[in-house]
Structure formats: C-alpha cells, structure tokens
Design a protein around this ligand. Structure first.
Ligand SMILES: [Zn+2]
Length: 323
C-alpha cells in the first residue's frame, strides 16, 4: 500500500530535504504485519547480496566492468545469478555482453565447472546445507559469500528501519550501500579501489543531491573536497604507503554522501577501528608494523556508522560538553 504525497519532509536521520515521494508501508495505516515486512526486506537483501558476490567475482576476474575477458563464467555455490556460460557460447567465448551476462544464464562452480541447480544457489541456506562445500566437487566455498549476503540483508534492514517513510530515499541509500559493499570486499581482497565502481557511485550521489538537495549541494561538495584533500595529504606525505590514491577518491565519495559533520563521525570510526584491528593483527602475528592493510573497509564501516547513527553520535558528543 503505497501512498503518494507532494509534501516536503526533513528526514530525521539525514536531515536532508526529501520531497514528493511515496510513503512506504506505514504500518499504522495498513494492516500489513511489520514482522512480515522485515522478513521480506531481509530476504531481498540476501538476494541482492548474492548478486553483489557475483559482481565482485566478475570484477576480480575481468578487471573490466562492462566489457572484459570471458572469465566470469562461473559462480560459487552460494552466489546467485551469475555470468553465463550461455552468453559465452553465443559470443564464442571472446567477449560477453555486460550486465546481461551477470543477470542471465546458468551459474557454474568455478572449480569443477558443474552447472548449479537452483537449490545450490539459495543465499546463505545453500551454504549451510552444503556445509560450505560444492555439492559436486566438495571443494570449499569462501565464507565471503554468506557473509556478504548477510551483511547486505542487515544493512538493508537497518536502513529500512531508519528511513521507513521515504521510499525513493531508501532505494538511493540501498544502491549506495551496494556500491560501498563492493568497494569493501574488493579492497579487502585486492588492495584496490576500482574507478569503474567509485565513479558511478560518486555520480549517483551527485545526481541525487542535484535533484533533491540543491541548496545543500555546495556544502556537500566542499565537505567532499576537504575530505579528499585530507586523504590526499596523507597519500602525498607517505608517498602512497599509508594510503592508496583510491582512498582519496573514497574520501571524496564519503564527504559527498555524508556531508558535515557526519563525515567526522565516519573518519573517527574508520581510524579507530583501523588502529584497533591493525594492533590486533600485529599482536596476533598476522601482520607486521610495515605490512599493508587495506583502509577502504574501515572507511566504509565508518561510513555506515555515520549514515545510520551520525546525528545521534554528534548530538551526544555535543551534549557531554566536549568540543
Ligand atoms: Zn564444484
């Protein structure tokens, strides 16, 4: 039951003006049980997480988002719709047709190339039933698959809970969450932040604010440039050792997406969690002081904290009188 309105709202979380959008599922106005909606959103998040796993897999294999080598013809068991062997056969294995090959076609195990059945592809469920192994070759499937699926579902659920009234805003947030999760996992695995992922994300945030937050756009751009400049200086001084140039672009995206003062919350949590995990890894002997640790995942964790609880943290911080 969606209801169209023409009013202008201030979102209590983002404090941004949100206008002319649908009220989504206001539980007090419909008889839909709220619990059922949570389950629907959660399952939807799991499916999108499955799709993100495929995108990450494909990015890693091809290093090209829309045109690349026909390497993504496989999908681990828990992953969902995958690049297709069907497309490969049509194109003679020389190229494949962008997004269509991600969404369409049959998924196969990357190790034994066995075509997977639908019941091998259920997000999280298949992983648990098959105990993290391929049904056909019994080779291990990475924990990344169920974890990304669960993370997507939980993040979708939290944003639904917080932005429940603003349908288009919620969709916008979900799209950016997807981009951030791809950057998170890709940086964790390869120590790279791809331009073909970060630039579209910046473009979407920019477009959203041009159409919905014109008056606040200048401030957001200023925050973005200052945030990027902060990382650029670290990159310059450390000669790229402390931070990659991808982090400079990610800093720009964070500033543009979060605005001020939420960007400070994100940076605080990023550096805090980065330091704690770094110290933990060193004390466990997994890393040395000079080892490289990708910083993108920490920045993105900070972004999620600031997106969901930024205002609360800022007002709490101001209320305790420390400035
Ligand atoms: Zn297999």
């Amino acid at each position: 039951m969606l209801e169209c309105t023409n009013e202008v709202f201030i979102c209590e979380r983002s404090e941004r003006k949100i206008k002319n959008y649908f009220f989504i599922f206001p539980s007090e106005r419909t008889n839909t049980p709220l619990g059922l909606l949570y389950i629907v959103i959660f399952v939807f998040g799991l499916c999108i997480g499955s799709f993100l796993n495929c995108v990450i897999y494909r990015l890693q294999k091809t290093k090209s988002f829309l045109k690349g080598r026909p390497a993504c013809n496989a999908m681990p068991t828990s992953g969902a719709k995958s690049a297709s062997i069907a497309t490969q056969s049509v194109t003679g294995g020389r190229s494949f047709t962008g997004w269509r090959s991600i969404i369409a076609g049959r998924s196969i195990c990357p190790k034994c190339k066995h075509i997977l059945k639908w019941y091998d592809l259920l997000p999280v469920v298949s992983f648990i039933i098959l105990r993290g192994k391929c049904r056909y070759c019994r080779k291990k499937v990475s924990w990344q698959y169920p974890l990304v699926e669960l993370a997507t579902a939980v993040l979708f659920l939290i944003s639904y809970f917080l932005f429940i009234s603003y349908f288009l805003f919620l969709v916008y947030i979900w799209i950016i969450i997807c981009f951030l999760l791809i950057i998170f996992i890709y940086d964790l695995k390869t120590y790279f932040i791809l331009d073909k992922v970060i630039y579209p994300a910046i473009g979407i945030v920019l477009l959203w604010n041009i159409f919905n937050n014109w008056s606040g756009l200048l401030m957001l751009l200023l925050t973005a440039f200052l945030s990027a400049a902060f990382f650029f200086i670290i990159w310059l001084i450390s000669k790229g050792k402390a931070m990659g140039f991808g982090d400079v672009k990610l800093g720009f995206l964070m500033g543009l997406f979060l605005g001020f003062p939420n960007i400070l919350v994100a940076l605080f949590f990023a550096f805090l969690s980065g330091a704690l995990v770094g110290l933990g890894l060193i004390s466990l002997g997994k890393k040395k002081l000079k080892s490289q640790v990708p910083f993108g995942p920490f920045l993105i964790t900070g972004t999620f904290v600031a997106l969901f609880w930024g205002e609360k943290i800022v007002s709490w911080y101001l209320s305790i009188g420390v400035v």
